[in-house]
Each structure stands twice: as C-alpha cells, then as structure tokens.
Design a protein around this ligand. Structure first.
Ligand SMILES: C[S@@+](CC[C@H](N)C(=O)[O-])C[C@H]1O[C@@H](n2cnc3c(N)ncnc32)[C@H](O)[C@@H]1O
Length: 401
C-alpha cells in the first residue's frame, strides 16, 4: 500500500516518524518537515514501517551523502542530514531520554567530531565467497562494498588489497584495525578447523614490532595524548581516536576537580583510561573481562612506565566487592550498561564520585535512575564519536548526596 505522509520527528535511531490514520510509521532516510510518498513494508498492530517511493517536499537541512551503499548497508543512518542538525538530533535525543526516564531537565552540549568522514580506526567485514561487505541491518544479507566513507584511508586501501586475494580463502569475517600507518587484520574462517589468523598491512612501526614481540601476538600501537597503547586483534579500543582523546581529557578534568586517592576503572579494556589518569591519584585498579585485553593493559602499563595501576581480569559484577575502597569509580560498560549487582556493590563501596562513560543513553538513563537515591547528576556532556550514525557517547558525573 502507498501513502503520503509528513515527517513530524525522528526516533532514537534517526528514522523519520509520521502517522497513517493515527498509527505511527517509521521511515528511514527522511527528516522533520519532509513530505513523502511511502510504501508500507511492515504493518503490526502498534506501528508500521515504510520506504520512501517519492519525495514531495525535501528539507533544506538535507544534504547529499555520496555513498552508493547508504540505503542498503545500515551502518550510517543520519548521513542525509546536515552535520549541525545531526549534532542537534543527538542533544535532543539525550535531553528527551533523561526527561522521560530520569524525569530531569538537562540541556546537554555535544562536542563535535573533527572529522565527519574517515574517522573510524576499526571495521568488521563479513565475507561470502569472493564478496566482502557489511550485513544489511538485522539480516544476514551481505551488501558487498569496495570502500566505506567512515573508514580511515588505510583501512580502505587494505580492503582494496585484500579483496584481490579473497577468492582462495574460505573466510567468514575479517576485522581490521588501523593506526594510520599500519593495519592489523584478523581473519576468521568458515569452519572451526580453520585457524584464525592475523596479519599486518602497511609500515609496522618500531612500537608495533616491540609490542608484537613482547605480547607474542600481533598488536598495533595507538597514541592517545602522551600515552601509547598496544591493542591486539581481540581487544576493544575506541574507534574514533581523536574523539577518544577529548573524552579522556574530560575524565581527567573531572578527576582534577573532585580529586581522590583511589580510583576504580570498571570495564577498563586495554587500560586506556586507567593509564591516562594515573598521574592524578595514588592508585588505580582496572577490571576487565577480556583476558586478551588485560594482557595488553599490563603491557601498556610497562610501555608507559606506570607504577600505580593494577589490572584484574574478571567479570566486574563478580570481581568487585564492598571491601574495596575507592574515592572515584569510573564505569565505561558495553551498550547493555550496568547489571543490578554491580550497581548495588558500587553503592556499598560509596565512592564520592562516579564517572559514567556511556555509548548508550538509554541504558545510561536506566542506570542513573537506579543510582539516583544516593547520587545526583552533576554534569553531562556528549561527544560525537560516530558522525553519520545515530550513536552518541555520553560522559556523566554523579556526586554522592
Ligand atoms: C566500552 S568498552 C570500554 C573500554 C575502555 N574503558 C576504553 O575506553 O577503551 C567496554 C569494555 O568492557 C568489557 N566488558 C564487557 N562486559 C564486561 C564485564 N561483565 N566485566 C568486565 N568487563 C566487561 C569489554 O570487553 C570492553 O573492553
């Protein structure tokens, strides 16, 4: 069925929202004020999903995004909107989430990304026979691509070089990480019999070589501020290097303001934040579930000559206990946020300050709701780590009441 609708607002994922006979319809690749003819592609009792057939009125805030895969691959969602309107979308999104779920009025400001394109230092490609690409959102349908506008140039060059040789390998996926000089590629085979393999592309620096020798596995070294960080194929590292520096600087600034001798850095990855703030206190303890990341974290401590940081490998909810002492607790969990056990143990530890770094405002708001009987929101700032997508990084400071 085809309908003509007007887009009234955007949902959390940047899809346009209109109405057909009072029922909500979500339409990707549209913007507020646009009039579109749509085809309904999903119709449930509560909502519909539509696809634009024809634009009858286009917004002046619409821009042309020159990626041929934009409507297929699902990686970018708001690239058709002017960058300043993307930033406003993210500020409004977090403001509305906090009003709805925490019942507080905030006016968060977002720090824009220096690069609107080519900012990603990491990518995961799926492979099917001789085709490399991304899965269409929520499907296993491969959209083959030959370059991605979000990737740093070396990743695109590596993709091009690998695609020449892909036919003979029986691959399922490959993960590429680039520090601008060299790329670390991890290949995962289709069968369990295939051994996962990592290789280097480009100019391996002296630091990359040293890290690879000492860790006894391929690792690539990134520089953030005055610190160097070795990252192996399996460990997490922030995908937008320049924005990560801004976030870590913000965390440093807050620690300088609130001061504390003992800091717990939960979900610490390769020790990036722990090391970045180590000169501001007597002791930092980082906890991380991924043993491979902890191996890098311990190496990074040595690499940066840091003496007052200790790393624990384990699930945060099991590894922390109420006997631990901390003036400040930093949490930077995955999208799912904090579990209830972790929240209650944090309350028992009673830090003066909690610094919550979040990549998902919805779970952040949910968790703040659970903490707000004992902590109040003192500061909130957004960082655009992921231009062209609806994703948004949030740093909040919670002070003990
Ligand atoms: C968003 S990353 C943050 C890493 C680090 N703070 C940084 O800035 O690079 C989240 C980290 O939490 C780790 N993680 C996920 N679940 C965990 C758990 N239950 N316990 C401990 N660490 C966990 C992941 O492996 C990942 O390294």
């Amino acid at each position: 069925m085809r309908y003509i609708i007007e887009i009234e607002k955007l949902d959390h994922q940047g899809r346009g929202i209109g109405k057909i006979d009072g029922k909500i319809v979500f339409v990707p690749n549209t913007y507020i004020g646009e009039k579109v003819e749509i085809e309904v592609i999903k119709d449930t009792t509560k909502f519909m999903e539509g696809k634009v057939v024809k634009f009858l009125k286009k917004s002046s805030d619409r821009v042309k995004f020159s990626c041929p895969y934009y409507n297929e691959c699902g990686g970018c969602n708001i690239a058709h909107i002017k960058y300043e309107k993307q930033l406003q979308f993210k500020e409004d999104l977090v403001k509305n989430i906090f009003k709805k779920y925490v019942n507080i009025d905030i006016n968060p400001k977002i720090s824009k990304s220096d690069e609107e394109l080519h900012y990603r230092n990491k990518v995961v490609f799926h492979v099917k026979k001789d085709k490399i690409g991304f899965y269409q959102e929520e499907t296993n349908t491969l959209v083959p691509i030959d370059k991605c506008l979000l990737l740093d140039e070396l990743l695109n060059k590596t993709l091009w070089a690998l695609s020449m040789n892909i036919e003979s390998a029986d691959l399922k996926s490959m993960t590429l990480k680039s520090n601008g000089e060299s790329t670390l590629a991890k290949f995962v085979g289709n069968t369990k019999l295939d051994n996962d393999e990592t290789i280097f592309w480009g100019n391996k620096s002296a630091l990359d070589k040293k890290a690879t020798d000492e860790l006894k596995e391929d690792a690539i070294v990134f520089k953030l501020g005055r610190y160097n960080y070795a990252v192996n194929a399996d460990a997490f590292f922030q995908v937008n290097t320049k924005q990560a520096v801004k976030i870590y600087d913000k965390v440093r600034k807050h620690i300088q303001e609130c001061s504390g001798d003992k800091i717990l850095d939960l979900y610490c990855g390769i020790g990036s934040i722990s090391i970045y703030i180590s000169d501001l206190c007597k002791e930092v303890v980082g906890i991380e579930i991924n043993k491979s990341a902890i191996k890098c974290a311990n190496y990074n401590k040595k690499l940066n000559n840091i003496k007052n940081v200790k790393f624990i490998a384990g699930d945060v909810s099991v590894a922390i206990n109420n006997k631990m002492k901390a003036d400040i607790i930093i949490v930077d969990p995955p999208r799912g946020g904090l579990d209830n056990k972790t929240i209650s143990t944090i309350k028992e530890i009673k830090p003066n300050t909690i610094i919550y770094v979040s990549c998902n405002p919805l779970t952040l708001a949910r968790d703040i709701n659970k903490l707000c009987d004992e902590y109040e929101l003192d500061n909130i700032e957004l960082f655009d780590m992921f231009p062209q997508t609806y994703h948004c990084e949030v740093v909040t400071i919670l002070e003990r009441k």
